[in-house]
Design a protein around this ligand. Structure first.
Ligand SMILES: *[C@@H]1O[C@H](CO)[C@@H](O)[C@H](O)[C@H]1NC(C)=O
Ligand SMILES: *[C@@H]1O[C@H](CO)[C@@H](O)[C@H](O)[C@H]1NC(C)=O
Ligand SMILES: *[C@@H]1O[C@H](CO)[C@@H](O)[C@H](O)[C@H]1NC(C)=O
Ligand SMILES: *[C@@H]1O[C@H](CO)[C@@H](O)[C@H](O)[C@H]1NC(C)=O
Ligand SMILES: *[C@@H]1O[C@H](CO)[C@@H](O)[C@H](O)[C@H]1NC(C)=O
Length: 349
């Protein structure tokens, strides 16, 4: 019976946590081992639990205030490490509400009504253990000032941010994940340069007209789709050591805007150039596995973009090739393609 309860509880956890290490895991483990004797008295160390929230006596370092129609930010007691305030209508974060919450590790404030003016200039300043801050789906027009340098995962997508400046992200040596997508960013200056540990950068759905300068060299995933980029910088991909996934779909790229051999780099697994204005298939490395080129203006199937004929043994590792919505048909694909593209299980034309 206990085992069943454990599974039900984990099924009820918010979806966003399902792929993350679960801070409650130790509670379940101890329960299921049958020797859990937690106190049923609420722990008030560091301040009482606000009436509008739940602080489970069995897990006093978590505070659940999500989805309760709150418009005011509750004060977070100092013992709390995990605070869930998402899906409310909170409009402001006064400095005092977080003043004592110096043990916070996660702060979930996504889907609220926060505006930049209503966030205290020092609200986040003392949160020196904060690793995960979720602010997506609010009304922010800038990245809050004085964010803790300890952050590892910052999600601030679906806001109204127009500009990111160097001071916003300076010193965030441990930041690995940054979601800035679906804002109104036109300029990022060199703000990304400082992010030594960044592996995932999503700046899709903004108003960029060029690729941001000084992208961090350890990126694994770079998402730039749905901007207004018409050209890529010279040796754009040469500076990365671990880039595997790059998406530039839904931009204004033309052949002229892509320097020769830009995508002929090993290491890339997936390249998405769909919904642009390309007229030719750009040369790619034989190691690429997924190439999306649908909805361009490609007029010719150039097998040489995938393989060189001098080295028949070095065939393309492409598994997916999408060319539908272009100006070519099946007859344009030469018969030698089956030798070069021998692994491709999906070719759509
Ligand atoms: C912070 O903690 C101190 C000492 O426990 C207490 O006096 C103060 O009222 C608390 N501040 C807030 C905003 O709760
Ligand atoms: C936030 O933006 C939404 C939609 O743009 C708007 O309806 C709402 O009034 C805004 N809230 C605040 C507090 O500005
Ligand atoms: C980054 O993480 C390391 C190792 O966990 C830690 O020692 C360091 O203090 C963190 N840096 C910041 C700026 O918090
Ligand atoms: C890609 O680059 C390699 C050298 O790294 C070169 O041998 C090959 O011909 C290039 N492929 C294309 C299609 O230009
Ligand atoms: C195959 O060609 C690629 C360039 O497309 C090159 O980087 C790689 O070293 C070649 N592999 C072999 C085994 O020759």
């Amino acid at each position: 019976m206990r085992v069943v309860i454990v599974f039900l509880l984990s099924a009820l956890l918010p979806h966003s946590l399902s792929h993350q290490p679960d801070p409650l895991a130790w509670v379940y483990t101890r329960r299921s081992q049958g020797h859990y004797y937690g106190s049923l008295q609420a722990d008030t160390a560091g301040g009482a639990c606000p009436d509008e929230c739940d602080c489970p006596p069995t897990f006093p370092i978590a505070m659940y205030c999500d989805g309760r129609g709150l418009s005011t930010m509750p004060t977070i007691p100092s013992r709390v490490k995990y605070a869930y305030l998402q899906n409310n209508a909170i409009t402001a974060v006064p400095d005092s509400t977080l003043a004592n919450a110096t043990n916070l590790v996660w702060l979930m404030m996504h889907h609220n009504q926060l505006t930049s003016d209503a966030i205290g200039k020092k609200a986040f300043l003392k949160l020196e253990s904060l690793e995960r801050l979720y602010l997506q789906h609010n009304n922010l027009t800038s990245i809050p000032s004085n964010l803790p340098r300890s952050l590892r995962d910052l999600r601030i997508n679906h806001n109204k941010i127009e500009k990111v400046i160097a001071a916003d992200l300076e010193g965030m040596d441990n930041l690995t994940i940054l979601y800035l997508n679906d804002n109104a960013v036109t300029d990022m200056g060199t703000s990304l340069k400082a992010l030594k540990s960044l592996t995932l950068l999503d700046i899709s759905g903004n108003k960029l007209t060029k690729v941001p300068e000084a992208l961090p060299e350890h990126l694994h995933q770079l998402y730039l789709e749905s901007n207004s980029i018409d050209a890529l910088p010279e040796s754009f991909l040469g500076g990365f050591t671990q880039l595997q996934y790059i998406r530039i779909a839904h931009n204004q790229l033309t052949d002229k805007g892509i320097p020769a051999n830009t995508f002929n780099v090993t290491g890339l697994v997936e390249l998405d150039l769909s919904f642009n204005k390309l007229e030719r298939i750009p040369p790619v490395s034989t190691t690429l596995q997924h190439l999306y080129l649908q909805a361009n203006q490609i007029k010719e199937f150039t097998l040489g973009s995938f393989c060189t004929f001098t080295d028949v043994s070095n065939f393309s590792k492409l598994r997916t090739l999408r060319l539908d919505g272009n100006e070519i048909s099946l007859e344009d694909v030469p018969s030698e393609s089956s030798i070069c593209l021998r692994l491709a299980s999906t070719i759509e034309i």
